[in-house]
Write a protein that binds this ligand. Structure first.
Ligand code: F6R
Length: 601
């Protein structure tokens, strides 16, 4: 979704503000802009394009002034145009506002404001906010009261920041169901949709809560409640991410850097405090029913975890896509809902948790982002410690979540007496980082060459059985989101129930094959491979055991124990999607139409 940033300092800020939205660009990148207050007035520069492109056209880094806000947009209401880019200004150009979220009643508000003489320049929902502030400031005089009054008229979700000529030394900001963090330092205060906005300047963070607004001055933050205007206590968190971890470190793209970080991701997930893991297993054991929820990649992570719970704890855990949770889940006080989210800000996942809480359920989360809304909403949060994930598509964060949930499944298994299984898998897990490293060291070249050879193929099928099935789904998602090719994942056994009719020489199939030691699972998967072969389909095997007779080509993986081998397939097929996208010259880190952290429903 969109990225908001802001800086209040005693020094010139335009260079830092530019850096800040550049670091937020993965949240949205169709247009951007800044508004800085200085002795000449309110300077607003904005245009369509990336932050770099816009800076070349309308220099953002050469604006005088020490108080400003900025925005990088992912269009929801209104096309991608210069007029629709943020910041938006009032009729008298004395206020500028940036916003993330959706104002549900904007049409009604717009009509009201137009009938009162306000002139709109954009077709965004955001613009009503700045005109409302202008309207109430005219009638009330006080800027703070006008800001709060305007917020009270909004229905929907928002993270909003405002600068004004009337109080040129400060930023006003507020949030409701859309993330907003404040970074503090002795001589300056920062604002961001996430910490990447100001990681280069400070790691001390105040997370604004829903229904709060804040007034930011250099080195000073005042947090208040929107409903009562009473001062609120602030908790300052220390974020342990560093600037280097949010940079490419010599790799051409964040995606490949993040794929390569995965041996470390497994180690970090293995180091998550055992008490937090056992605590979640204990909660599961104490509730009649547990649901796992996630959306997109995290839905597939939940599905992979489902197999771990079945195998290690002999428990069936229902998995629901967050956006379907309200329609499907049966929630009461004896229910536990575990949400999985990299950002901790995904609208649908937060909504599922809110729904669960309203019905008296207990809630938990596995999340990568300290201080995120999700972690503050749930009863028990596990921070997976995978470090910043900048590429829009999720790779290492997903793997980190799977490892955390594998540990929870083993802990639940132990509680139900399956101690040997739990211990075996935990011992095996110690070897996983090396196995992934070996795969990256030895197979990257082959996978890149394979991807290059077949990048012209427009249709891809990914098939797997057992836990390989959700890995196939995730591999298809990676492929389509980063290459824009058609890719479908499905249970291999499903094939002959319809999809087999698609198979021809233009439709390539990747089979995720378990090792021969898995007996029936191996045999059944090979049976499905035969079905594809018999219809003249081109077959690529992702497998540890050589099988040159059946497969046209192979992605050979290091051997690993049954519960961990699927994770090697996951990594190999991330590489395959990446190199296909590179061969097609796609915008790997920022695929078209996508944004990291989907904060609207
Ligand atoms: C796919 C991807 C998305 C996210 C989904 C949930 O590569 O990144 O499908 O997994 O939008 O996002 P989080 O994990 O932030 O809740």
């Amino acid at each position: 979704m969109c990225g908001i940033s802001g800086i209040v300092s005693q020094q010139a800020i335009s260079g830092d503000l530019f850096e800040s939205i550049r670091n937020l660009e993965y949240r949205g990148y169709d247009s951007c802009g800044v508004a800085i207050v200085n002795r000449h007035g309110l300077v607003v520069r904005k245009d369509i394009g990336t932050v770099e492109e816009v800076n070349r056209r309308v220099p953002l880094t050469e604006i005088e002034g020490s108080v400003g806000i900025a925005h990088t947009r992912w269009a929801t209401h209104g096309a991608v145009t210069q007029a629709n880019a943020h910041p938006h200004t009032s009729c008298a150009a004395d206020f500028a506002v940036v916003h993330n979220g959706i104002i549900g009643n904007y049409r009604y508000l717009r009509e009201e404001l137009v009938s009162e003489g306000h002139e709109f320049r954009s077709s965004t929902d955001t613009e009503v906010i700045v005109h409302l502030i202008e309207k109430y400031h005219r009638s009330m005089g006080s800027l703070e009261r006008a800001f709060v009054k305007a917020l009270g008229r909004l229905e929907g979700s928002y993270a909003v920041a405002m600068v004004s000529l009337h109080e040129p030394d400060r930023i006003y900001c507020a949030r409701f169901e859309s993330p907003l963090l404040i970074g503090t330092r002795a001589d300056a205060t920062y604002l961001g949709s996430d910490v990447n906005a100001f990681l280069g300047f400070t790691r001390s963070v105040i997370a604004l809560e829903d229904g709060q607004y804040a007034i930011l001055l250099p080195g000073q933050v005042c947090v208040k409640d929107i409903a009562t205007r009473q001062m609120q206590a602030k908790t300052v968190l220390d974020v342990d991410w560093n600037v280097e971890s949010a940079q490419k470190g010599g790799h051409p793209h964040f995606m490949i850097k993040e794929i390569h970080e995965q041996p470390q991701t497994v180690i970090q997930a293995g180091e998550v405090d055992t008490a937090a893991i056992d605590g979640l297993a204990d909660m599961m054991a104490r509730h009649r029913r547990t649901y796992l929820v996630g959306v997109g990649t995290t839905f597939y992570v939940a599905q992979m975890a489902q197999y771990y719970f079945s195998s290690l704890a002999r428990t069936f855990i229902p998995v629901i896509s967050s956006d379907e949770f309200r329609s499907l889940a049966q929630v009461d006080a004896d229910t536990l809902v575990i949400a999985i989210s990299q950002s901790g800000e995904t609208y649908d996942t937060l909504d599922a948790i809110r729904f669960a809480k309203e019905r008296g359920a207990r809630t938990a989360a596995v999340c990568n982002t300290m201080g995120a809304s999700l972690t503050r909403l749930v009863d028990h949060a596990i921070i997976q410690g995978s470090g910043p994930e900048i590429c829009v598509v999720s790779t290492k964060a997903a793997l980190g979540q799977i490892v955390v949930l594998l540990r929870v499944a083993a802990a639940l298994g132990r509680l139900s007496g399956a101690t040997d299984r739990a211990e075996t898998v935990m011992r095996d897990l110690r070897a996983l980082p090396d196995a992934i490293q070996q795969l990256l060291d030895e197979r990257t070249g082959d996978i890149a060459a394979l991807a290059k050879r077949h990048c012209h193929i427009r249709h891809w099928l990914f098939l797997g059985r057992g836990i390989y099935y959700p890995v196939a789904l995730e591999s298809a998602l990676k492929m389509k989101e980063v290459t824009y090719l058609h890719a479908e994942g499905m249970p291999a056994g499903f094939l002959k129930h319809g999809t087999l009719s698609l198979i021809d020489e233009g439709f390539f199939t990747v089979i995720l094959a378990p090792s021969k030691e898995e007996g029936a699972l191996y045999t059944a998967t090979m049976g499905n491979a035969e079905e594809v072969k018999a219809r003249g389909g081109y077959l690529i095997g992702s497998l540890a055991d050589e099988n040159g007779e059946l497969f046209d080509e192979q992605i050979r993986l290091p051997k690993a124990p049954p519960l961990l081998a699927p994770l090697l397939h996951l990594v190999a097929l991330q590489l395959f999607a990446y190199f296909t996208a590179v061969a097609l010259q796609r915008n790997v880190d920022r695929p078209r139409s996508l944004a990291k952290s989907v904060t609207v429903g």
